[in-house]
Write a protein that binds this ligand. Sequence first.
Ligand SMILES: Nc1nc2c(ncn2[C@@H]2O[C@H](COP(=O)(O)OP(=O)(O)OP(=O)(O)O)[C@@H](O)[C@H]2O)c(=O)[nH]1
Ligand SMILES: [Mg+2]
Length: 319
Amino acid sequence: MSEAEVKNDKGFWRRLKAGLGKTRSQLATGVGNLLLGEREISEDVLDDLETSLLLTDVGVSTTKEVMDALRLRVSRKELNNTAALHGALAKLLKELLAPLVRPFEIRKDRPFIIFFVGVNGVGKTTTIGKLARRLTAEGLSVLLAAGDTFRAAAVEQLKVWGERNEIPVIAQASGADSASVVFDAIKAAQARKVDVVLADTAGRLQDKTNLMEELKKIHRVVNRFDANAPHEVILVLDAGIGQNAISQAKAFIEAVDVSGFVLTKLDGSAKAGVIFAIAAELKKMGLTKPVYFIGVGERVEDLRPFDAGDFVDALLANE
Ligand SMILES: Nc1nc2c(ncn2[C@@H]2O[C@H](COP(=O)(O)OP(=O)(O)OP(=O)(O)O)[C@@H](O)[C@H]2O)c(=O)[nH]1
Ligand SMILES: [Mg+2]
């Protein structure tokens, strides 16, 4: 690692820890107990830990799974003090998140077409802006498709991100057919030899059925253009809603072929534990889908590739 990389890494670690601050302090009652040096593991310590996991929305079944595993090891005298328990907890939590880790990659297809889906206000448009910046920094050319035609403000918001990053935005008047906007954008990207199309979609329509039908329609239109497209369908979830994110994820997975997730607003919420519930739910559904990025703030640099190790370490960090 170069000096600049080390510095950037340290900055990121600080931001991740700060971003997860609310969840971290929620967990602190339970985990704090584990961090106070090497003490004996009492039933109180285990109970506090269990309560803390539940309060951060890790979920009932995952919390039980974790606590059962830890209690078993305590009863077998494999974990002799709170420091060992802390280490075992971190390892277990990292294992639970491991299936969610897959680096986000722009594969060979051109243009590489990515849809962003999710209910209103979760952070789709903001995530597109942040990701656009990241991709252009990597030397890729990017074009934005204002597929959320339901609200006039949505188009404007995307245009602001486009201007800020000097990235073209393909839009039509609000109320236009969003499939046709996305299709136009793809044709433009092809003509201009643009690498990546990031397509925004509406989060709110008259009702949920309409929303899902519209997403399916965009999907079909794009698929006709390129049988492999869309190459990614990213579901954006707001960590602040905790366990409700699970039902949203299920609804979108059923309707459109979600290929991965972005979990936003981890900074504003004490419920970052929901990521464990997401992992558990996917496992139950027999699906493997990555969390590509996490959002820990509103600035461009607050969209970070998801790393299970860093995430758990930041969550359990002392201070
Ligand atoms: N604190 C914090 N705020 C975020 C994050 N990501 C997005 N936001 C904010 O959440 C709000 C909603 O974000 P949008 O990107 O407009 O959400 P959207 O999904 O496009 O919403 P609709 O267009 O209404 O469907 C904005 O104020 C964003 O700045 C994050 O990681 N942390
Ligand atoms: Mg939006």
